[in-house]
Every structure is written in structure tokens, then in C-alpha cells.
Design a binder for this molecule. Structure first.
Ligand code: CTP
Length: 411
């Protein structure tokens, strides 16, 4: 979606760089409009580099494009952070004395204000009246966080954490978007992500290269489509997404327990986690030391349960989730191509859809771009999709939505 990120002139402007990254990493197209005062705190170059879009605050630049009208009309969502007392006052009064306030008057998209100011300013009747006016008009004005402010004082007035603003913004967007844009409204999805770690001793583990990026992209796409998301995260190189119900796990056994429990109450399960197939048979309570006699330790492995297969089995008795999606990382070998391995895996695991990734040392793991082939147990032709992990996630989520409506399960 197209987002205007309006930045007010407060010291908290620097925290908004993290908010911008959350939006861009989820694949949104963000135009940052700082006020003149905001540009004294964080320079234009930072916003341009992080957003990949030109940044200006003046209505007198690129006049031929009538930017205050075009940006406001094209936006799907406007987020203002930090919303200073001055900016709230100008917005409430309907002023249009710079590019940001002009865009605010033009847009009909949902607007979220994340205030930050000193407690006295927040509690002043003038600010309270402005907040009330904006809320009455349909804008969402978040409550500021309570805590240490710029000086030595503490109280309400801190900018809410970027993750909180991000989650609130997505919720506002999905709550107001047209039903067609929210094919998963009323649905609950469980998404697993990252790579499990199987302990060898208190300091060592067997792990894998999964970064968790694909799972995070799937969660963002599902949230945007209106779903409630249970996100089960094994080890990831990236932070978990905001706005999900988060369960942290480490081992395959912990992942199994959380998945079987949450899948029962979900409409769909997307098993994007890389699960270790084996774990050390015994875990040493103390650190394994080098031995003086030169003997090397031998690690005996034992099989982990196949969580995907167990969820398919559990569905036979409980009926849920209606749609189960597996992932397959295949290199291909002298026996068969990656596609042939994928088709066999789809059958063996019994899931409804299988997202096939071709992997190699530099392919897929940790990369932002990817190529997948969607295999369908219902017999649809395999569909190959190329793109970023975010755009691929949107296709997978769309297929889940279609499979749910084909299964005739009302939301
Ligand atoms: N999976 C699982 N439990 C396991 C292993 C894998 O639930 N113990 C899930 C993964 O989350 C993924 C799918 O099964 O959705 C396929 O994972 P993959 O590692 O490709 O398959 P394996 O069963 O490990 O098959 P193989 O090692 O034979 O390729």
C-alpha cells in the first residue's frame, strides 16, 4: 500500500526511522513528509535513503506535479509520528501551510497520529481539544507512552514504540479497507517461522540457515489481508513482526507442542519454519570438553517428529485447520528434479499446498528475493512465482484465502 509518513518536529523523529523500516520491509511504498522543524532533527537524506522516495516539505518544489494534492489522493494510509502539539493543532484547525498539512486536507485515507511532547503540553486543554476534534473526525490518535521524556522529567508524552505504531497502523488500515482488500477478515492463521535449534550441551546446538524472513513476510501479508495471526517463531535473524500473537520456541519439540495446540483453533496453518529432522539423542548437562586421550566425541542423533504430518493427522479427528500449507526446500539430485521431489513431498505429507523452494548455499536462505513453485494437492497446475519474499508471501496468502473460500468455511 502507499503510505504517507508525516514527521513532526520533535526529538522523537529519530525513532521514526525504525518505523519507516518496518513499513518498507513489509513491502509498502512510503513517502516521508517531514515538517520544516523535523528536518532540523533528522536530515532529508536519511528519509530518502530509507524510503527510496524523494523527500520534500515544500509545496513550491515540483509545482507542476501539484504534490500536495497527488500525494494525498494516492495515499492508502497516513501515519504522523511524532505528532507534536503544533502539528496536532494545525491539523485540527485544517491549516494547509506546508506539504504535510496540505496533504492531510486532501487525503480521504485513514490517518493515525502518534503523539510525542512534554506532559504539560499533552495535558494542556488546547491540545486535549485538538485531539478530541481529530478523533471526532475519524482520525486515530494513539495515547502517548508514559516514561522518561527529553529532559529529566517523566510522564505521559513519549512516542509509542515503533512496533506499536506499526501494528496500530496496520489494524486501522485493515479495519477500514474495502472487504475485497481483506480476503482473510475474520480468519485466524497460524504461521511458523525461523529455524529450530537442538541443544547438544548448555552452550552448543544443531541449527540451520533459516533467517525467518519468509515467515515474517507471510505474517505481514496475512495481517494486511485482515487475518488474526498466531506467529510461532523459532530462531530468526530478523525481529518478529508487530501485530501478531507471538509464541517463541527453540526446539522442534517446543514448536510441535505450540503448533498442534494453535492449529486446532486456526482456519489455516502455514508451516514455513525449518524444522530439524534430527536431534542429539542425549543432551549433556555440562559443557562437552576436549579430552586428553585424543578421543573425539560421537553425537548420536534421533528423529524428530514430523509436525506437518502430525497436524494433517490431527485434522482428521478435529477438522481444523481447513487449509494446511507446507514448505519444501529442495536441491534436486541424481534421482529427481526439485519439482519431482516437491510433488512426492506434497503427497507424503498430506498437506493442501506445498511451497517449493530450490535451495543452494547462496539461494533463498537469508536473501530478499526468491522464486517459488506452488504445488496444489487439489490438482491445479504448479504455479511459479518470482519476486521478493514479500511479493511471494502475498501470492501464498492470496492462495490460502482462495482455498478457504473454496473449502466453504465461513469466516
Ligand atoms: N516439517 C515439519 N517437521 C519436521 C520436518 C519438516 O513439520 N520434522 C515441515 C516443514 O516446516 C516444511 C515441510 O515439513 O513445511 C517440509 O520440510 P523439509 O525440510 O523440506 O522436509 P523434510 O520432511 O525434512 O524432508 P527431507 O528432509 O526428506 O527433504
Amino acid at each position: 500500500m502507499r503510505i504517507i509518513l508525516g514527521v513532526g518536529g520533535g526529538i522523537a523523529a529519530y525513532k521514526v526511522a525504525s518505523l519507516l523500516r518496518l513499513f518498507t520491509e513489509a513491502g509498502h511504498n512510503v513517502t516521508v513528509i517531514p515538517t520544516e522543524a523535523a528536518q532540523r532533527f533528522v536530515g532529508t537524506a536519511t528519509w530518502e535513503a530509507l524510503s527510496g522516495n524523494p523527500v520534500s516539505n515544500s509545496v513550491f518544489e515540483a509545482v507542476d506535479q501539484v504534490r500536495h494534492v497527488r500525494l494525498g489522493q494516492e495515499a492508502d494510509l497516513v501515519v504522523i509520528a511524532p505528532a507534536t502539539a503544533d502539528l496536532l493543532a494545525r491539523a485540527a484547525a485544517g491549516m494547509a501551510d506546508d506539504l504535510l498539512t496540505g496533504s492531510l486536507l486532501v487525503t480521504r485515507a485513514p490517518v493515525v497520529f502518534a503523539p510525542a511532547m512534554h506532559t504539560e503540553m499533552w495535558q494542556h486543554p488546547a491540545t486535549a481539544a485538538n485531539v478530541e476534534t481529530l478523533r471526532r473526525r475519524g482520525a486515530v490518535v494513539l495515547e502517548p507512552a508514559v516514561g522518561r521524556l527529553t529532559g529529566t522529567d517523566t510522564g505521559p508524552g513519549r512516542l509509542p514504540d515503533p512496533e506499536i505504531i506499526y501494528a496500530a497502523a496496520l489494524k486501522v488500515f485493515s479495519g477500514q479497507a474495502a472487504p475485497g482488500a481483506r480476503p482473510l477478515a475474520g480468519r485466524t492463521l497460524t504461521i511458523t517461522a525461523g529455524g529450530t535449534r537442538e541443544p547438544l550441551d548448555p552452550v552448543r546446538f544443531l541449527g540451520n540457515r533459516s533467517s525467518g524472513k519468509q515467515g515474517v513476510a507471510l505474517a505481514a501479508a496475512a495481517l494486511e489481508a485482515g487475518a488474526t495471526v498466531h506467529f510461532i517463531a523459532a530462531h530468526m535473524d530478523v525481529p518478529p513482526p508487530a501485530g501478531v500473537e507471538l509464541t517463541l520456541v527453540e526446539t522442534a519439540e517446543e514448536l510441535r507442542e505450540a503448533t498442534l495446540k494453535l492449529a486446532q483453533h486456526s482456519d489455516a496453518l502455514i508451516m514455513a519454519a525449518a524444522v530439524a529432522d534430527f536431534r542429539p539423542e542425549s543432551v549433556s548437562e555440562t559443557k562437552v570438553k576436549k579430552r586428553d586421550d585424543g578421543e573425539n566425541p560421537v553425537i548420536t542423533l534421533t528423529r524428530n517428529p514430523d509436525i506437518l504430518v502430525e497436524t494433517v493427522q490431527q485434522r482428521r479427528t478435529l477438522g481444523s485447520p481447513a487449509v494446511i500449507v507446507g514448505f519444501a526446500a529442495e536441491t534436486g539430485d541424481e534421482d529427481a528434479t526439485p519439482l519431482a521431489h516437491g510433488l512426492r513431498k506434497l503427497q507424503r505429507k498430506g498437506c493442501d499446498l506445498l511451497v517449493l523452494n530450490r535451495v543452494g548455499r547462496s539461494l533463498v536462505f537469508g536473501q530478499d528475493s526468491t522464486e517459488i513453485t506452488l504445488l496444489d494437492a487439489g490438482g491445479a497446475e504448479p504455479e511459479t512465482v518470482k519476486g521478493t519474499k514479500v511479493s511471494v508471501a502475498q501470492v501464498v496468502v492470496q492462495r490460502v484465502a482462495e482455498a478457504l473460500s473454496a473449502a466453504g468455511k465461513p469466516a
